[in-house]
Design a protein around this ligand. Structure first.
Ligand SMILES: NC(=O)c1ccc[n+]([C@@H]2O[C@H](COP(=O)([O-])OP(=O)(O)OC[C@H]3O[C@@H](n4cnc5c(N)ncnc54)[C@H](O)[C@@H]3O)[C@@H](O)[C@H]2O)c1
Length: 262
C-alpha cells in the first residue's frame, strides 16, 4: 500500500527531455516532489532554468541540461553532464501546427509536403532512439532503470491530418514494446503514456478565446474535458518507481477515455 508519495522515488535521478514547458515540466515537478533529483532538458535555456527555479522553490532538487535530443553529439554531451540515470522520460516532441503551435501544417496526408515529414520523425522517434541508446548501457550495468516515452492517441488510435505525427508516435510505441523484451531481465522497464489533447500552450489560448471550440473538442472525451498538463504526472511517477517492476512493454492512455486501451 502506498502511504506516502513524498519519497516514492527518493534517491533516484531522472531526466525528462523537453521539460522546459507543458507536460514535461509537470512530470518533472511531480517527480521532484516524489523525491527524485531531476535533470530538466530542453533546447531553450530560459525555459529550463525557470523550471529548475520552480522545483528548487518547492524544496526539490533540479538541474538544467541543454541539449537537442535529435543531435547525437548534443546527446553525448548531455550524458557527460548528467552521468548515469535511473529514470529517463522521453517527452520532447512536436506535433502539428494547430492553434498557432510549432510543428508541421495540419493537412491531410495527400496534401502534405514530404519536406515536412523528416522533422516530425526526427524529434518524435529518432530523438527517442538517440537518448535511450545513450543512457541504456548504464541502466543495464546497474540492473535498474525506468524508460518512459510520452506518445499520442494520434499514433494509438489514428487521427486525420496528423498522420505523419501519428506514424512517428506509433513507431516510438513499437520501439518501447520491443526494447522491453530485450532488457526486462536486467531490471529495466520500458513503457509509454499516450495522451489526448492537452489544454495548454496555443490550444489553451484558443480555448480561452473561443469557449465553443473547447466545448466541441471536449465533447469527444467521456470525462467531458480536455487534458490538464498535470494529468499524466502521477502515472509517470508510478511507472518510474520500484512498485512498477512488473509493468513493462505497455502503452497507458491518459486521455479522459477518448480511445480505450487495446
Ligand atoms: N500537448 C498535447 O496536446 C499533446 C498530446 C499528445 C501527446 N503530446 C506529447 O507530449 C509531449 C510534450 O508535449 P507538450 O505539448 O508539453 O510540448 P511543448 O511544446 O509545450 O513543450 C515541449 C518542450 O520540448 C522542447 N523541445 C522541442 N524540441 C526539442 C529537442 N529537439 N530537444 C530538446 N527539447 C526540445 C521545447 O523547447 C519545449 O520546451 C510531446 O512528446 C508531445 O508529442 C502532447
Amino acid at each position: 500500500m502506498i502511504r506516502d508519495w513524498s519519497n516514492f522515488i527518493g534517491g533516484r535521478t531522472a531526466l525528462i527531455t523537453g521539460s522546459g514547458a507543458g507536460i514535461g515540466r509537470a512530470i518533472s515537478m511531480h517527480m521532484a516532489r516524489a523525491g527524485a533529483e531531476v535533470w530538466i532538458n530542453d533546447v531553450d535555456q530560459g525555459r529550463a532554468d525557470s523550471v529548475v527555479a520552480e522545483i528548487e522553490a518547492d524544496g526539490g532538487k533540479a538541474h538544467t541540461v541543454i541539449a537537442d535530443v535529435c543531435d547525437p553529439t548534443s546527446v553525448r554531451e548531455m550524458v557527460a553532464t548528467t552521468g548515469p540515470l535511473d529514470i529517463l522520460v522521453n517527452n520532447a516532441g512536436t506535433g502539428v501546427r494547430a492553434f498557432g503551435a510549432g510543428g508541421v501544417p495540419l493537412v491531410p496526408f495527400a496534401e502534405s509536403d514530404p519536406a515536412d515529414w523528416e522533422s516530425v520523425m526526427r524529434v518524435n522517434l529518432t530523438g527517442v532512439l538517440h537518448v535511450t541508446h545513450a543512457y541504456l548501457p548504464d541502466m543495464l550495468e546497474q540492473k535498474w532503470g525506468r524508460i518512459l516515452t510520452i506518445v499520442s492517441d494520434a499514433g494509438r488510435k489514428g487521427e486525420r491530418r496528423q498522420v505523419v505525427y501519428g506514424a512517428a508516435k506509433a513507431a516510438a510505441m513499437g520501439f518501447a514494446r520491443g526494447l522491453a523484451t530485450e532488457v526486462g531481465r536486467s531490471g529495466v522497464t520500458v513503457n509509454c503514456i499516450s495522451l489526448g489533447s492537452m489544454r495548454h500552450g496555443p490550444l489553451a489560448e484558443a480555448a480561452d478565446a473561443d469557449p465553443e471550440l473547447e466545448r466541441k473538442m471536449a465533447s469527444g472525451y467521456p470525462v467531458g474535458r480536455l487534458g490538464k498538463v498535470d494529468d499524466p504526472a502521477p502515472l509517470a511517477v508510478l511507472l518510474c518507481s520500484d512498485a512498477a517492476e512488473w509493468i513493462t512493454g505497455q502503452v497507458y492512455p491518459v486521455d479522459g477515455g477518448y480511445a480505450p486501451a487495446l
